[in-house]
Structure formats: structure tokens, C-alpha cells
Design a protein around this ligand. Structure first.
Ligand SMILES: *[C@@H]1O[C@H](CO)[C@@H](O)[C@H](O)[C@H]1NC(C)=O
Ligand SMILES: *[C@@H]1O[C@H](CO)[C@@H](O)[C@H](O)[C@H]1NC(C)=O
Length: 348
């Protein structure tokens, strides 16, 4: 019985990797099979650091799902470089470290099933409008580029000026969608860290869950900087060496935000209570290595869901029950909870 069970489970769980014929010299191709009798398989192709004379598009097996083309000094991305057989069905594509300065308007348009795109460590200052349109992108990494602004219209789709509508019937999609110009958007993770952004880009209406703006020369975060981003659960604004001020109500609209990383912002010296307004779901606040040494009193009222706050070099505070004192005043709910810190005498 146990043996049968083991056999069954190993048949189901076995991931078989085998070499592929027709693999371009210089690339490494692997088929991974899953499921009972290997009923499901996908091909992973690694073409990192090819010889400089390789011409694009690099031939890839027809059923390739994941393609790594990083570190190939591709330069400006033309309409034909990603238009070969096998590219249409890619699910993920890594184009990092390629000296990409420009993306031509239709360079990505054949990648109709692309969900994950890594364009990090290139030299992009902008992207053509609509260049991601029609792609079901969920995750885009644009970190370590030279964006001074970011226009979310790169995700918008228009054909002959008309918004494209997408039929989503008979799908198993479970995530929340919003629409921009009538098009269904899927992008959930956007990484804009280490660019040249001087202010928070307008991303209103994108169904983002993860947003990273680390290491940008942003000096101020303005009131209402994050409108209509109700799905964001994780926001990282860390390592901003020029950040001096976060205005009251800056984070209003981030009603689902659970983690806010404001660490390593040395010029940020204080935060008014109204900075936290609207952050009703926030559980974790990281201010370590920032200039903020103390927090507004009544922080538990301002941040009703907070569980942990990190401050200064090594001060870590957790929500705890106040010991021995139970105020039973009318109308003062949760008065017996405090934030207790690992530094003697510090209670928030
Ligand atoms: C975003 O980019 C930074 C810097 O490259 C990296 O540390 C981080 O892991 C990235 N996050 C995601 C989700 O890709
Ligand atoms: C806070 O941020 C610092 C610096 O980025 C990191 O080392 C630390 O692990 C973070 N703390 C928590 C509790 O996430």
C-alpha cells in the first residue's frame, strides 16, 4: 500500500529534465515534464552571454516557455529581434543586462502570452506608448535603468484609436482587474528601483500588488501620490538619499497596503500623524536607517492594524498587551495595547 502510494506520488510529482535537440549552439535547453505520465512539459532555454556575432532572433525550440537572453549586448531592441518562431508562446523573458537604450514600438508585440518580463540593468529612458499592450504581463522589472518619468500608458492598448476589449469568459483568472482605456490590465508587480525618477510616477488604476521605487532621486512625496492603487500590499520606498519630506495624506488610497518599507532614507527626519492616514491595513513599517527617531503619539490609533515597526539602528517594536494596567474607560477600545520595543524604556 505504502509502495503504491509512493509510486503514485512520485509519478505525479516527478519533474524530469532532459536535453533538447535543435538547441542553438551556445544556448542550453531543457525540457521539464510534470504530472502523471509526464503529461505536461515546458521548455526552458538559457541563451546568456552568447558570442557577439550571434544574430537575433536566436532560434529557439517551438514550445519554449522561458527564455533567458540576458547579458548579450543587444542594444536597441528592433521589431524583428524577438519575432522568430517559438517567441509567440513565451511566458517569461529575461532581457536584463543588454545595453538596451530603446525599444521599438512593435518589438514585443508578438509575445502574446508573456507574463514576466525582465528589462532590468539596461539604459532605458522611456518606452514607446502601448509597447506592452496586448501582453498579459503580470510582472515587469524595469529596475536599474534611466527613467526620469514613467508613463503607465505603456500598458494601454489602442487599435486604430479604439480601446481593445478582451473576452475573459471561460477563464480561471482569479486576480482583480481594472481597466485603463477599456483594456484589461494584469500587471501586478512593477519594479522601478534604481532609476532617475524625481517624483512618484502616476500609476493610478493599475492592479499592482507590489511596487518598488527604491534608489530614485525623489525629494518629496506629495499628498495623494498613490491614487487608485487599492490592491497594493507591498510598497518599497527605500534608499532614497534625497527624500526630505512625505506630505500628509501621501499614502491615502493604499487601503490594502500591509508592508511599507521606508528604510535607509537618511534625510527623512520626521513624519506627521496625517502621513499615515488611510493605511488601515498596514502591518509592518520599516524606518530603520532613516532620520526618523520618534513616532507620533497614538500611533496605534493612526495605524490600527500595525504589528511591527523598525526604527533607527536596531529598535524593533511589536504590538503587545500592556501589563498590569487595564483601562476600562468608555469609548477607549484597545487601550490596553501598546507597541513594546527591544530598547529599554521605549514604548510607543
Ligand atoms: C526589484 O529590483 C531590486 C533591485 O534590482 C531587487 O533587489 C528586487 O528584488 C526587485 N524586486 C522584484 C520583486 O523583482
Ligand atoms: C528593514 O530594512 C532594513 C534595511 O533595508 C533591513 O535590513 C531589515 O531587515 C528590515 N526590517 C524588517 C523588519 O523588515
Amino acid at each position: 500500500m505504502a509502495l503504491l502510494l509512493w509510486l503514485g506520488l512520485s509519478l505525479l510529482a516527478a519533474v524530469q529534465a532532459s536535453a533538447v535537440k535543435n538547441c542553438h549552439p551556445g544556448c542550453h535547453c531543457e525540457v521539464e515534464s510534470f504530472g502523471l505520465f509526464d503529461s505536461f512539459s515546458l521548455t526552458r532555454v538559457d541563451c546568456r552571454e552568447l558570442s557577439p556575432s550571434t544574430s537575433m532572433p536566436v532560434p529557439i525550440p517551438l514550445d519554449t516557455a522561458h527564455l533567458d537572453l540576458s547579458s548579450n549586448t543587444m542594444g536597441p531592441l528592433s521589431d524583428t529581434m524577438l519575432a522568430g518562431p517559438g517567441y509567440t508562446t513565451l511566458v517569461s523573458l529575461d532581457l536584463s543586462n543588454n545595453h538596451i537604450t530603446k525599444v521599438s514600438p512593435n518589438a514585443l508585440s508578438k509575445l502574446r502570452y508573456l507574463e514576466t518580463l525582465d528589462l532590468s540593468h539596461n539604459s532605458l529612458q522611456s518606452l514607446p506608448l502601448n509597447c506592452f499592450s496586448g501582453l498579459p504581463l503580470a510582472e515587469v522589472d524595469l529596475s536599474h535603468n534611466s527613467f526620469q518619468e514613467f508613463d503607465m500608458d505603456v500598458f494601454a492598448a489602442k487599435v486604430n484609436g479604439e480601446p481593445v476589449s478582451v473576452d475573459l469568459s471561460y477563464n480561471k483568472l482569479v486576480s482583480v482587474f481594472t481597466t485603463l482605456h477599456g483594456r484589461v490590465l494584469l500587471v501586478q508587480s512593477l519594479n522601478l528601483s534604481a532609476n532617475q525618477l524625481q517624483s512618484v510616477p502616476s500609476l493610478a488604476g493599475l492592479p499592482l500588488r507590489y511596487l518598488n521605487l527604491d534608489f530614485n532621486p525623489i525629494t518629496h512625496i506629495k499628498e495623494g501620490a498613490f491614487p487608485q492603487l487599492k490592491d497594493v500590499v507591498y510598497l518599497s520606498i527605500s534608499g532614497l538619499h534625497e527624500l526630505q519630506q512625505i506630505e500628509p495624506n501621501s499614502f491615502k488610497g493604499l487601503q490594502s497596503l500591509q508592508v511599507l518599507d521606508l528604510s535607509n532614507n537618511p534625510k527623512l527626519k520626521s513624519l506627521s500623524p496625517a502621513v499615515f492616514s488611510g493605511l488601515d491595513s498596514l502591518q509592518e513599517l520599516n524606518l530603520s536607517g532613516s532620520g526618523v527617531a520618534s513616532l507620533p503619539t497614538n500611533i496605534l490609533t493612526d495605524l490600527p492594524s500595525i504589528k511591527s515597526i523598525t526604527l533607527g539602528q536596531n529598535t524593533h517594536c511589536w504590538r503587545t498587551q500592556k501589563q498590569g494596567q487595564f483601562h476600562r474607560q468608555m469609548g477607549q477600545v484597545q487601550h490596553n495595547e501598546v507597541l513594546n520595543c527591544n530598547v529599554e524604556g521605549v514604548v510607543l
